[in-house]
Design a protein around this ligand. Structure first.
Ligand SMILES: Cc1cc2nc3c(=O)[nH]c(=O)nc-3n(C[C@H](O)[C@H](O)[C@H](O)COP(=O)(O)OP(=O)(O)OC[C@H]3O[C@@H](n4cnc5c(N)ncnc54)[C@H](O)[C@@H]3O)c2cc1C
Length: 462
């Protein structure tokens, strides 16, 4: 393992001299908040730096190479895999103050933003000009566009609109060496050279620090409508998802919540949960008003034919917001109600969703777990929130997690659909990727970062 320099007084004074002292977060309580993200992990940084401009980052990375200390980029800290935590010590580099929307260009349908722009802020700015930035990760009021690009975040709208990578046209990036590159174009197409933009997107802050983004926007949909459907059990609900997706209709969201999740938000539901295994599907469509009115009717009929016991139309914004608020509350309440909480976000091929969810009770019984399942049913991305009543038998819990992930891979799935590997899942990487693939990827990391100063200890098992 590489030996890194601690942040000595000499390094501290070089940083102050070259970056200024305003960027150093010196209040210990405030600096302490950078030891955590939304995962259960905790690593205390030796120093937190909150920069305002790209040149400061370039200088910091030159110092990191000169003295060999680690630098870990951080956006909103809403990640669920420990990606922005300083697992090998050193400096946490917060991009949250680089948060300007530089332009929303209505003729090019392009936005240029700094990386610390909150996802919701950009979506609102685009909408105010009749434009749409579709990626909608559920933590969008906390997550930043830089973090979204670094993790290739998705959200409910993925089923129709794809993930963040589909909207990143170009990047400005400070490389680990401190050099600056621009990748991609402002155009919708561009095939000149290797696609470094897409290599950097999803690289979880290990190959470069994103300091600017050129993003594709699309026209804002004319209308949105929704419906929710309650089913007696999860496999039946998932059967309805398959039926909807093969019926020629493409909703802009198909989310599901299993019975355990519903029981946590009983007080927020506009209906009484009928049974112990009830499952809720939240379906939304967008487009021309007459078209989506017709589609909502057809999809409601499909749900009833498959076995929905209750339909709850949500044509108005207020009704839909209540449903989405309930959906948001679920993850917070799972976290607050569990002594041990492991958020897995597996994805399986669409046709395999019913088979996977049908096996969950078996895993729960065998490994003493309680699994709350919810997520993006429309793209097979199932959030398995694995919990246990206590931390007494971690070996058994970890064996359970590993068994579930193996089963997912056997089904042709992946161990992470959107949260990334970070620190939390790196030990499982070899279950999915071959040794040759890991070797190639670590060589790529080495080309970008020969001194391993940028976000070391992430993604790849050491
Ligand atoms: C309630 C809740 C709901 C969520 N729902 C979703 C969801 O629906 N879909 C989804 O995909 N995720 C979801 N997440 C996870 C999280 O919001 C995403 O992973 C998000 O993209 C992280 O953005 P961030 O700005 O908070 O990044 P951080 O947590 O700060 O960092 C995440 C990773 O990105 C790197 N990084 C951050 N900024 C930069 C930069 N400028 N340059 C280079 N690297 C950088 C970090 O080093 C780290 O590896 C959810 C989280 C919460 C708490």
């Amino acid at each position: 393992m590489i030996e890194y320099s601690p942040i000595t007084d000499e390094i501290r004074s070089r940083i102050v001299r070259e970056l200024g002292d305003e960027c150093i977060v010196s209040n210990p309580d405030e600096a302490g908040t950078y030891a955590q993200d939304a995962s259960e992990l905790r690593y205390t940084p030796e120093m937190v730096i909150r920069v305002e401009e790209t040149q400061q980052i370039r200088r910091l990375m030159r110092l990191a190479n000169e003295y060999r200390f680690p630098v870990t980029p951080r956006g909103g800290g809403s990640g669920l895999a420990g990606g922005c935590l300083p697992v090998r010590g050193g400096i946490v580099l917060s991009l949250e103050n680089m948060n300007r929307i530089l332009s929303v260009h209505t003729e090019d349908l392009v936005a240029e933003v700094e990386p610390g722009t909150l996802t919701k802020t950009l979506r609102d700015a685009a909408q105010s000009k009749g434009l749409f930035f579709p990626p909608d990760p559920a933590g969008m009021d906390q997550s930043t566009i830089g973090g979204n690009a670094a993790t290739n975040a998705g959200g409910p709208s993925c089923v129709k609109y794809g993930t963040t990578k589909d909207y990143v046209l170009g990047l400005e990036v400070v490389l680990p060496s401190g050099r600056l590159i621009k990748t991609g174009t402002r155009t919708r197409k561009g095939v000149v050279g290797y696609d470094l933009t897409q290599l950097l997107v999803g690289s979880e802050g290990t190959l470069g620090i994103i300091t600017g983004l050129i993003l594709k926007l699309i026209p804002f949909p004319e209308a949105v409508s929704g419906t929710s459907a309650v089913f007696n059990d999860l496999p039946v609900a998932m059967g309805a998802v398959t039926k909807i997706l093969t019926s020629g209709h493409l909703p802009s969201a198909i989310e599901f919540l299993d019975a355990k999740c519903l029981s946590l938000v009983n007080d927020l539901l506009p209906f009484k949960v009928p049974g112990e295994k009830s499952t809720l599907l939240i379906i939304e469509l967008d487009g021309a008003p007459e078209q989506i009115r017709h589609e909502i009717d057809v999809i409601g009929k499909i749900c009833e034919d498959v076995g929905a016991t209750y339909l709850l139309p949500a044509p108005d914004k207020e009704e839909r917001e209540l449903i989405w608020e309930m959906r948001r509350q679920v993850s917070l309440r799972i976290h607050d109600n569990s002594a041990l909480y492991i958020p897995e976000d597996v994805a399986v091929p669409l046709g395999k969703i019913p088979a996977l969810v049908a096996e969950l009770p078996k895993f729960e019984a065998e490994y003493g777990l309680k699994i709350y399942a919810f997520g993006h049913a429309g793209d097979g991305n199932i959030h398995l929130n694995i919990t246990a009543q206590n931390r007494d038998n971690m070996t058994r819990v970890e064996k359970g997690v590993k068994t579930i992930l193996s089963r997912v891979i056997q089904m042709g799935g992946t161990i992470s659909g959107e949260h990334g590997i970070g620190e939390a899942k790196k030990r499982y990487l070899p279950m999915e990727l071959s040794a040759e693939s890991i070797r190639l990827q670590t060589k790529i990391k080495n080309v970008f970062d020969p001194n391993m100063v940028l976000n070391p200890g992430k993604i790849f098992p050491e």
